[in-house]
Design a protein around this ligand. Structure first.
Ligand SMILES: Cc1ncc(COP(=O)(O)O)c(C=O)c1O
Length: 386
């Protein structure tokens, strides 16, 4: 009866798409796998906050106070002073009236997009948005429409032909997770206003790392990347948050985050404010990686050009550097060769990225040293000649 599973796994193997996990015995800038210590160049711990002493200390206090789990969904008995304190902090950090939490970023997208849309509406998304947004659209009864990646003319064309829908919800990643390029947020919000549409922006890889001009009505984020913890959030008008607490099924029907995860994220937000040097170090490292990887003349995503912020200063770029190799097996091979040389860089293959665009997704953090980034770049130069 389960032959289809053998067949499915065999097909994946044949296509070079079979996946497996690697078990880490330590985590951080250095990660130990299979008894080997590696420099980790694929975590989303952009500011090193998952291991910050203050973050660990505050999580430990909450753990001792409230135990391992929340013991209930938010509306039943799972909402603690740590959840409440974190939502207040997030709302202030994102400059919005209110915020609420979800068990993960994935569930924040799922619950919010499905709660806000009906069969009378349309959801308009960038082609390269994250899987959680795509899955939310699949679950929603609204009509899904896709515009070309970062293409404002394509977005406007969709908006022009969508007047018949009751609501139009535009959803975009801020930092595109597999390409590392940035949304044209200010322009998207302007177009949305022109066509009476609502904008929702996913700040998963941006929170604590990248700021863009533009004020979307709905801010989605996650605690699981630069904040080093776990959990998703939405920030916006108080009435939006009230509505989601009444309608978003992934909020209502799932156990609340462990209080310790909230305490950790709260501490991480405080560290971002009190230790601006971390973000500065990250920006310096991104700058260095830009120079070194750019010099390799590899197929680094084309849209990583610096942008100007509202104040006119040059925008820092994102810490995500894709090196598109194309072929699945070759990408796996280079990832293994890097492993053998002491670097952990996961290979990303379809369906996470489009067919023929398998890649190494290198992520830079504030914790990497100049020498480590230089070493990675020179290994890449040897393994993937220009
Ligand atoms: C753009 C984007 N949105 C949402 C998510 C989901 O967030 P989480 O890992 O907290 O579920 C991710 C993370 O993988 C992401 O990259």
């Amino acid at each position: 009866m389960l032959e289809f599973i053998d067949q499915g796994l065999a097909e994946l193997k044949q296509a070079g798409l079979r996946r497996s996990v690697k078990t880490a015995n330590t985590s951080g800038r250095l990660i130990e796998i299979d008894g080997k210590k590696l420099l980790n160049f694929c975590s989303n711990n952009y500011l090193g906050l998952a291991h910050h002493p203050k973050v660990i200390e505050r999580a430990t206090i909450a753990l001792k106070e409230f135990g391992a789990g929340a013991t209930g969904s938010p509306l039943i008995c799972g909402w603690t002073k740590y959840h409440e304190g974190l939502t207040k902090k997030l709302a202030a950090y994102k400059n919005r009236e209110a915020a609420t939490l979800f068990p993960t970023g994935y569930q924040a997208n799922l619950g919010t997009i499905t709660a806000l849309t009906t069969e009378e509406d349309t959801i308009i998304i960038d082609r390269l948005n994250h899987a959680s947004i795509i899955d939310a659209c699949r679950l929603s009864k609204a009509k899904l429409q896709v515009y070309k990646h970062r293409d404002l003319a394509s977005l406007e064309a969709v908006l022009k032909r969508s007047a018949k829908f009751k609501k139009r919800l535009i959803v975009t990643d801020i930092v595109f997770s597999m390409d590392g390029d940035l949304a044209l947020l200010a322009e998207i919000v302007e177009l949305a206003r022109k066509y009476n549409a609502i904008t929702m922006a996913d700040y998963a890889h941006a929170t604590g790392v990248v700021e863009l001009p533009g004020e979307p009505e709905i801010i989605m984020g996650t605690l699981s990347k630069a904040l080093g913890s776990l959990g998703g959030f939405i920030a916006g008008d108080a009435k939006l948050i009230d509505f989601l607490r009444n309608k978003a099924r992934s909020y209502i029907y799932s156990t609340a985050l462990p209080p310790s995860a909230c305490a950790a994220a709260l501490a991480a937000l405080e560290v971002i404010e009190t230790e601006p040097g971390r973000k500065k170090r990250l920006q310096q490292n991104i700058c260095l990686a830009n120079t070194l990887l750019g010099n390799l003349r590899l197929n680094v995503a084309v849209s990583k050009e610096p942008r100007r912020s509202a104040s006119g200063s040059l925008e820092q770029q994102s810490p995500i550097f894709p090196i598109i190799i194309g072929n699945n097996e070759r990408t796996m091979r280079v990832s293994q060769q890097l492993f053998d040389r002491g670097f952990f860089v996961s290979a990303i293959r379809p369906p996470t990225v489009p067919d023929g665009e398998a890649r190494l997704r290198i992520t830079i953090t504030s914790e990497h040293t100049k020498e480590e980034i230089e070493c990675l770049a020179s290994s890449l130069r040897e393994l993937i000649p220009a």
